[in-house]
Design a binder for this molecule. Sequence first.
Ligand SMILES: *Cc1c(COP(=O)(O)O)cnc(C)c1O
Length: 222
Amino acid sequence: MISDNLHEIINGLPSGVKLVAVSKFHPFEAILSAYEAGQRCFAESRPQELEMKVKQATDAGKNDIEWHFIGHLQTNKLKMVLPYVSLVQSVDSIHLLDEINKWAKDNGRKVDILLEMHIAAEDTKQGFCEEEILDIMFAYSDGKYPGVRIRGLMGMATNTDDKKTVSADFERIDSYMAYLVDLFPELDSFNQLSIGMSGDYEEALRHGSTMVRIGTAIFGNR
Ligand SMILES: *Cc1c(COP(=O)(O)O)cnc(C)c1O
């Protein structure tokens, strides 16, 4: 089942688009099934659950898994997350950015992150507005955050069946991404646009997605 789902999704992705398998709330056995089918990149949204699964993976000898963090991250949980992940997709406040930068300096690391942009109509969803992202990018390009590498933007579209709304949300983040790439041509690792989940990734692919985060369509309902 999981391997069929995976292969169907992978076959529909253009080359160069990365599949991030969102394994949150699913047991480690589900991760193993996807792993056996060839998947190596997984994302979790809760620090404790991430820690537990990293340990299970290590115990199972699956040391080549690439973990991403996609949930709201509290700064008192950084040490449960940052040692294990290759990308924090959900940086949604200056405070979090400052603390990740500090952790990285203290630990001799550079942490890859995405800035989460608020594009949905719901205000329950986290993220920066355009102006905040622009301020961060100017500070970053001035060398203010040496502990992080900002790889791009992440966004979640409005949770609706209305394709026009979803498409407009994705269009907004896609064009903002293009604007930033233009504005900061020297930042050549700023090139990732993480948009698209189970219900809307095909739409996201039409709007420049380089990374889709898919859970339900691989692992079933949570
Ligand atoms: C849970 C989650 C996903 C995956 O959602 P599905 O609809 O199950 O594919 C993607 N991105 C984020 C940020 C999530 O929290």
